[in-house]
Design a protein around this ligand. Structure first.
Ligand SMILES: Cc1cc2nc3c(=O)[nH]c(=O)nc-3n(C[C@H](O)[C@H](O)[C@H](O)COP(=O)(O)OP(=O)(O)OC[C@H]3O[C@@H](n4cnc5c(N)ncnc54)[C@H](O)[C@@H]3O)c2cc1C
Length: 532
């Protein structure tokens, strides 16, 4: 990374006057985000001899969804065709076969090369038959045992070694607590981003920029994602003019711990139902056989809607873990329950929570977006692999495979220094609570109108409220440069994209479920007020 003090004008200071010219930096490749996808891109670019800066909002590994992954990472083993069929079937036939081909044909090599040989991840092994091999497991909708895992906490066993490995890499610099606020664009080409750290902001110019900013959990009151999942990469790309696709396909996990305090939420893995746990409503009745032949192991979206419906009708849903040795098999979940005072022996209260976005910034098979020198990988990208619904344990793999391909492809461009956007500090009067209050409003609208079931009338209501909200936020963003404000702007842009795409698709498919829109269907609700 080189420092350069002869810089274009880049920002203003709090006085509202133009600031002193500010030092800027360059990098061969700028990666935004330090989850598995960003780290894979950084590794691949470094292997090509590039200097890489990884800017990440995270202050700890837990700031990325990658750390939280439980079940594991799927590989093709010796049956790639079966794996492809499972992915396409889970997507309701909507996955792009070319993208699925790229994922599956690269799966074994990418996992062996990076996770096993480079990072020494110690996946659980099966030794019972004397033939030492990995302990492959299976999750719903997989037709064979193909998921590599470490206990039921695979994410951290991949993520932490990955961060450590790149921390020690001479060509890679990971900057924690550093947010990308906006992309630097000139005539359809992206030249880097404006970075903010500790209240200071400055441009970094890059030969190529890779967005790897993860999911959109913060748009909803209940999510399994870590805080800060505000869709930044998608919003920045959209505002720069990149193509965005499939935003209506938001996957909700059916069994997150139901708590009034979103900070307490945690995921109760599908594997618990796989081992025999049963869903019971507030009257103690097992209800899933009434909804689907596969009962508790029905597709995620079916289970999620059933849980929501039974909660509405009977007040609560619990996961009855008495049929299995819960303490023996899921000690990590037992600990989480006990930390929160949940008596798991009488059942864990559960509710659906936003979990994964299938759509995002539209990319090709190397992660290239529709804008020159801009790539997107991982959950913020739409590769076509997931279509309308995601097969379990394929997102770590998608982040790894596309991260490697994008990082290699991004190599070889010289950074160009151009005029960066002005970020302003003119209005000191922004109320302290502004972003928090607006976020509450945004989440309420998304929860009520753009959640598990979508009625076009509700979506139109949401659109109205979100447009007003974005207008208010834009007015402040034009005068203030605060990370929380940019996150709010990004969340409102992303929420509008989800809502618009949901309105544009009147067919129920995969995670997108359109409900009865007739005037007497009883689904319509009063329009929220401006300050709702
Ligand atoms: C609880 C849970 C369990 C899961 N289990 C599995 C599983 O078993 N198997 C599986 O395949 N998938 C699983 N998933 C999904 C999977 O973990 C994610 O889809 C995947 O890890 C996303 O990786 P990513 O690199 O795209 O994003 P993330 O890992 O979320 O990383 C995003 C990064 O971007 C940073 N960032 C965001 N905005 C900015 C910005 N403006 N500037 C700078 N940095 C920014 C964040 O701080 C973070 O470092 C699970 C997800 C959750 C939440």
């Amino acid at each position: 990374m080189s420092e350069d003090s002869e810089t274009p004008r880049v920002s203003e200071q709090a006085s509202g006057e133009q600031s002193e010219p500010r030092a800027h930096e360059t990098a061969d490749v700028l990666v935004v985000g330090s989850g598995i996808a960003g780290l894979a891109a950084a590794l691949a670019a470094a292997r090509e001899g590039q200097n890489v800066v990884v800017a990440t909002k995270a202050t700890r590994p837990e700031g990325a969804s990658s750390w939280w992954a439980q079940g594991g990472i799927a590989v093709a083993r010796d049956h790639p065709e079966q794996f492809k069929e499972d992915i396409v079937a889970a997507s309701d036939g909507t996955a792009d076969p070319d993208a699925v081909e790229v994922l599956v044909e690269n799966a074994n090599d990418a996992v062996r090369d990076v996770l096993v040989e480079t990072l020494d991840v110690e996946f659980d092994e099966a030794t019972s038959d004397g033939d030492e091999d990995f302990d492959f497991t299976r999750e719903a909708a997989h037709s064979e045992d193909r998921i590599l895992h470490v206990d039921a906490s695979t994410g951290k066993h991949i993520h932490v070694p990955f961060l450590n490995y790149l921390d020690d890499h001479d060509a890679v610099e990971i900057r924690d607590d550093t947010a990308a606020l906006d992309l630097i664009r000139h005539e359809g080409r992206i030249h880097g981003a404006m970075l903010e750290s500790d209240g200071e902001y400055a441009p970094i110019y890059a030969g190529a920029t890779v967005l790897a900013t993860g999911g959109i959990g913060d748009l909803f009151p209940h999510s399994t994602n870590p805080k800060g999942s505000t869709g930044d990469g998608i919003a920045m790309a959209a505002l720069a003019g990149a193509d965005i696709e499939d935003m209506e396909f938001v996957q909700f996990h059916p069994t997150a711990y139901a708590s009034d305090d979103p900070e307490d939420a945690f995921l109760v893995s599908e594997a618990v139902r796989g081992e025999g746990a049963l869903l019971r409503n507030g009257e103690g009745e097992r209800f899933m056989p009434d909804y689907h032949a596969d009962a508790e192991l029905a597709p995620r979206d079916v289970v999620a809607r059933a849980v929501a419906s039974e909660r509405r009708a009977t007040g609560e849903v619990i996961l009855d873990v008495s049929p299995l040795d819960f303490a023996g098999e899921f000690p990590g979940l037992v600990e989480k329950c006990e930390d929160r005072g949940v008596d798991w022996e009488t059942g864990i209260p559960v509710a659906p929570a936003e979990h994964f976005l299938c759509g995002g910034v539209d990319v090709d098979d190397r992660g290239q977006t529709s804008l020159d020198r801009l790539y997107a990988v991982g959950e913020c990208a739409r590769t076509g692999v997931h279509g309308a619904n995601r097969l379990a344990s394929t997102s770590l793999l998608e982040g790894l495979v596309w991260g490697l391909r994008a990082g290699a492809d991004a190599a070889g461009n010289d950074p160009e220094v151009i005029e960066a956007p002005d970020l302003l500090e003119r209005d000191p009067d922004l109320p302290d609570d502004f972003a928090r209050q607006k976020f509450l409003r945004l989440r309420r609208v998304m929860d009520e109108y753009v959640g598990l079931e979508r009625d076009p009338a509700d979506l139109n209501r949401a659109l109205g409220v979100l447009r007003r909200l974005k207008g208010e936020v834009d007015a402040y963003v034009r005068t203030r440069t605060a990370r929380s404000l940019y996150e709010l702007r990004n969340a409102s842009v992303t929420a509008l994209l989800v809502t618009r795409h949901a309105l544009d698709n009147d067919e129920s498919v995969g995670t997108h479920h359109v409900v009865d829109t007739s005037p007497d269907s009883g689904t319509a609700e009063p329009e929220p007020q401006a300050d709702d």
